[in-house]
Write a protein that binds this ligand. Structure first.
Ligand SMILES: Nc1nc2c(ncn2[C@@H]2O[C@H](COP(=O)(O)OP(=O)(O)OP(=O)(O)O)[C@@H](O)[C@H]2O)c(=O)[nH]1
Ligand SMILES: [Mg+2]
Length: 405
């Protein structure tokens, strides 16, 4: 039987309705069931329970006798979590970060992703569960306390500290390994394109459609946690496309911190495609994504991609100028997207027509692997070849270039 979750939604933010709807999706993405919402204007944060004694009492009465977990759709300090739980007659109280961590725990697949989730859980959840030793074992494995992999959240303080230390050490090693890989990639001159954007906009579907990858996609929030990279050739030039974890409005800072190193390596790209759901709240999605990227000091160029253009809501939407409309699902607009990617990266290449006289064939053989070949033709006195040459190697081909295109 799945758990039922009741939402406390503060109404200060003008977007509170959207945030509430998102909380419902988060609950469902965590495999639990939505049980209802109570809205609360928080004029002044109550030092004990955050929402105030009166509201807590009203909620306690409403939930009396119901087997529900209470989600505070914001961030709650450890002591307020415990006080609120006490004010609600001992009901389990979780906050937004805890819920998102729970989904991350369900989704983490790579060893690094698992380490990151477990570390974030220990750091974030442990203080919130402290003093509730017996409550924790009673909750065992329910929403908000699921651990990735084989390790369950432990209650022993000493164990937890030792575990945090081990996880941090292991993460350092994996980070180093990833850094070496990305340095090698850079040296090889491979252009990387990161797929970023709001959660559930179709980033993984796009990666799958473009490259034939088989990344897990789902109509759920945070379907992807681990970055996956696949190569796609455009005009014979390989581009490395990297899928990333989706963003969410008010994504708690702790979570960005926990995944910063993985995200940063994906964002250390030559170009980003900011994928939005063109049939949904694309303006807010785009703003959230741009704000999050700015926080992460992202400086690469980017293109805005409006996905799901097969859906009717897309047809007369006033998309921002330059946005590329596609449907990853129905494979529409993909040629235009590829052309735009190539075009955005064109200063990395020269397109040229080469002529290689036969007496220079041997000399050219060593250079050949450096360029991306198009059509070729063997003529009487030599080979004619159209190709794309990485700008860093352009000098080497000077004597063979007949015409730059
Ligand atoms: N109608 C329509 N649905 C799409 C399209 N592309 C993706 N979807 C659906 O949107 C949902 C989310 O797709 P994903 O590819 O998992 O989205 P994502 O951006 O990777 O999501 P996260 O990994 O959670 O950040 C799935 O149900 C997809 O089938 C599209 O072009 N049209
Ligand atoms: Mg995804």
């Amino acid at each position: 039987m799945s758990e039922n979750v009741y939402i406390i939604q503060p109404i200060e933010s003008p977007d509170y309705k959207i945030l509430q709807a998102e909380a419902v999706s988060l609950i469902e993405s965590a495999g639990a069931e939505y049980a209802g919402t109570i809205y609360q204007k928080i004029r002044e944060v109550d030092p004990a329970t955050y929402i105030g004694e009166g509201k807590a009492q009203e909620l306690a009465e409403r939930l009396d006798g119901l087997d529900v977990t209470v989600l505070f759709n914001g961030e709650l300090s450890p002591s307020k979590t415990q006080n609120l739980s006490a004010a609600l007659g001992g009901k389990k109280v979780i906050d937004r970060t805890t819920l998102i961590l729970d989904i991350f725990a369900l989704r983490a697949e790579s060893s690094e992703g698992k380490l990151q989730v477990e570390l974030a859980q220990l750091k974030y959840l442990y203080p919130r569960l402290k003093g509730k030793g017996e409550a924790l074992s009673r909750l065992g494995g329910g929403i908000g306390t699921r651990g990735p992999g084989e390790t369950k959240l432990e209650t022993d303080r000493r164990h937890i500290r030792a575990r945090i230390h081990t996880l941090e050490e292991r993460l350092k090693e994996t980070e180093l390994r990833r850094k070496h890989l990305s340095e090698r990639r850079k040296k090889d001159g491979v252009i990387t394109v990161a797929l970023v954007g709001y959660t559930n906009t179709g980033k993984s579907t796009l990666l799958n459609t473009l490259t034939g990858a088989d990344v897990f996609t789902k109509d759920a929030l945070f379907a992807t946690l681990d970055p996956t990279a696949r190569t796609l050739k455009i005009e014979n030039v390989p581009f490395l496309f990297v899928d990333t974890v989706g963003f969410l409005q008010d994504l708690p800072h702790h979570l960005i911190e926990a995944f910063k190193s993985t995200l940063e390596s994906a964002l250390d790209c030559d170009l980003a495609l900011i994928v939005c759901d063109g049939s949904g709240e694309y303006e807010r999605q785009l703003k959230t994504t741009l704000d999050t990227l700015k926080d992460m000091d992202f400086r690469s160029p980017y293109l805005v991609v409006m996905n799901k253009c097969d859906l009717p809501a897309c047809s007369d939407a006033p998309f921002p100028k330059g946005a590329i409309c596609i449907s990853a699902k129905e494979k529409r607009g993909l040629d235009a997207l590829k052309a735009a990617v190539f075009d955005a990266m064109k200063e990395h290449f020269v397109r040229a027509e080469l002529f290689i006289p036969y007496e220079k064939s041997a000399e050219f053989r060593t250079l050949r692997p450096l360029l991306y070949e198009g059509k070729n033709e063997y003529l009487d006195d030599g080979e004619s070849l159209s190709a794309v040459i990485p700008i860093i190697y352009a000098d080497k081909f000077k004597e063979f270039v007949r015409k730059s295109l």
